[in-house]
Design a protein around this ligand. Structure first.
Ligand SMILES: [Fe+2]
Length: 309
């Protein structure tokens, strides 16, 4: 998919480094200019699309109308858009502002791994203070890995344990797996918390017996955070990011807990049954956002919380 060919009228295009595409809104540009089919085809190839120049005042309803056009929304609360921000008394590291392991969303869900993450930045932190979101393209990591390293990684089943809502959830996942819709190989991983770092509900990550866990963990960390594979997004109010959660890993830069930072996030999944090596551009369906009328619109408060991954 040619990014230039996907650019709607009234928008400019920039390539990002080391991956992803940025659309720049012109004076007359609006979010509705973007055709969902074209966005999905672009994400299938580029894995990350940033929209810059839209107003931070974009309403939740407008954002949800766009996000729900890209797939079936996964509800972590009472409506598709979920507020990601630091809480004064956080119950999980998702709502802290410090260290967060590099991960993909849905790792601890039974069947709710999102295909896409869609973020809208309402408030941003001064980049000098942190608060950026880091995306790692794992196809680039695998492309640069030595054959023997890739073979070693390909044999690994990683064991995860993570406290969620008073229970310990466990998962055993292959480190390398194919993208369920497009067939390319990806790394599916959540990094361990470094020694000396404390977070709420830390995941415990264990490699199989017989492997040099410290060496493998260090090699993975170096590869995932290699500037050739890592894009750092410094948010500006109004930014929208659409990310392939099946290919990328992500985390945030720590920032001061009292700094205003608010991202609205929608996660979606493609509605057709996944199939290995499915040709690009098939199997996506939109869900009308009006289907998910929020109790918040009726003055009720949300009490549910969402796992960070
Ligand atoms: Fe996440």
């Amino acid at each position: 998919m040619n990014a230039q060919a996907s650019t709607p009228a009234g928008w400019g295009t920039e390539r990002q480094s080391p991956f992803g595409v940025r659309f720049l809104a012109g004076p007359t540009a609006v979010l509705a200019d973007l055709e969902p089919r074209a966005v999905l085809d672009l994400i299938a190839v580029e894995h990350l699309l940033i929209l810059r120049g839209l107003p931070a005042s974009l309403s939740v309803e407008e954002f949800e109308a766009f996000g729900c056009g890209l797939g079936e929304p996964i509800l972590w609360s009472d409506r598709p858009a979920f507020d990601v921000q630091a809480h004064p008394e956080p119950e999980d590291h998702l709502f802290e502002s410090g260290f967060m392991p590099m991960h993909f969303d849905g790792i601890y869900s039974d069947d709710h791994t999102p295909d896409l993450q869609i973020f809208h930045c309402v408030q941003a932190v001064d980049p000098a203070l942190g608060g950026a979101t880091l995306f790692c393209d794992t196809t680039l990591v695998l492309a640069d890995a030595a054959p023997e390293t890739r073979a070693l990684w390909g044999d690994l089943i990683v064991h995860y344990e993570r406290p969620i809502a008073g229970h310990t959830v466990t998962r055993d996942l292959p480190l390398i797996t194919r993208h369920p819709h497009h067939g390319h190989h990806t790394i599916r991983y959540s990094e361990p918390v470094p020694a000396g770092v404390t977070i709420i509900n830390p995941p415990r990550v264990t490699l199989p017996d017989g492997h040099h866990a410290e060496t493998i963990t260090a090699d993975l960390h170096e590869a995932i955070h290699d500037p050739r594979h890592l894009y750092t997004h410094h948010w500006q109010p109004g930014d929208i990011a659409i990310a392939d959660n099946r290919t990328l890993l992500h985390t945030r830069q720590p920032y001061p807990a009292d700094a205003p930072r608010l991202l609205r996030r929608i996660t979606t999944r493609h509605t057709a049954k996944p199939h290995p090596n499915r040709p690009r551009g098939q199997g996506h369906a939109a869900v009308p956002p009006e289907k998910y009328r929020s109790p918040l619109q009726d003055g009720q408060a949300s009490t549910r919380t969402a796992p960070s991954g």
